[in-house]
Ligand binder design. Structure first.
Ligand code: PEP
Length: 253
């Protein structure tokens, strides 16, 4: 089974509408020659319409960085999965470590949001990953499988298979430190084994598991060359067309 590689750019709280439009337009052009690789971009919410306009017709998809699990109501300051879908989004990023650490997002909330995204017709991209302390304590597998179980817990196999899982060791995010290809592959293989144990075979075969954490042109090919690494979630290096393009090219090679 070949899984189509997926390269996603998390722009975080960077690039307001005019800068986001400009980078979106640059990427639409720069990535026009990509082969067999899907590309998704997560701009800050206010820049989503500008980016959607800029990438129209390019095949690049756009996602929202944060959703609430409720559709509407008295929840000041957040986004609804339904509204993100109506605005033209394809994806919802869920459980990013910055949301977990800075905004106290729990495993349970991640599970509710994954369900809300699917109900609204969005594809969830669920982030999981351990801290350095957890890694040093030998808890990597326990932590990531607990997070994955909470995220996918209530989903049917046909729903679970649409989720993109992003394994992002927290110690590698925005630090310049990357998991070695062997370290990342080991965790990805364990995640796929977890899927294999719990779902019919097609789920483990088809679900894409992305790696995130200081992915850059210099390390992308080796990481993406691992058998269970199906793409990348890229932060810093997604903010420049040249570096993001080089990563997409590494996936297409
Ligand atoms: C991220 O925030 O999802 C991320 C992987 O960031 P960076 O590539 O900058 O480490």
């Amino acid at each position: 089974m070949t899984r189509i590689p997926l390269i996603a750019g998390n722009w975080k709280l960077n690039l307001g509408p005019s800068q986001a439009r400009a980078l979106g337009a640059e990427l639409a052009q720069a990535l026009a020659d990509r082969r067999d690789t899907e590309v998704a971009i997560f701009p800050t919410a206010l820049s989503i319409p500008a980016v959607l306009g800029a990438v129209k017709g390019s095949g690049i998809t756009v996602g929202v960085q944060e959703i609430h699990d409720k559709d509407t109501g008295a929840y000041t300051g957040t986004n609804s999965a339904h509204f993100a879908r109506e605005a033209g989004c394809t994806w919802a990023l869920i459980g990013h470590s910055e949301r977990r650490q800075l905004f106290a997002e729990t495993d349970e909330a991640v599970g509710r949001k994954a369900r809300a995204a699917l109900q609204a017709g969005l594809l969830p991209m669920v982030c999981i990953g351990e801290t350095l302390e957890q890694r040093d304590a030998g808890q990597v597998h326990a932590v990531v499988t607990r997070q994955l179980s909470a995220a996918l817990g209530t989903l049917r196999p046909d729903e679970a298979v649409t989720v993109a899982i992003a394994y992002e060791p927290i110690w590698a995010i925005g630090t310049g430190r990357t998991a070695s290809p062997e370290q990342a592959q080991e965790v990805h293989a364990a995640l796929r084994a977890w899927l294999r144990d719990r779902y019919p075979a097609f789920v483990a075969e088809q679900t894409r598991i992305l790696y995130g954490g200081s992915v850059k042109p210099a390390n992308a090919a080796e990481l993406l060359g691992q058998p269970d690494i199906d793409g990348a979630l890229v932060g810093g290096a997604s903010l420049k067309a040249d570096s993001f393009r080089a990563i997409v090219q590494a996936a297409s090679a």
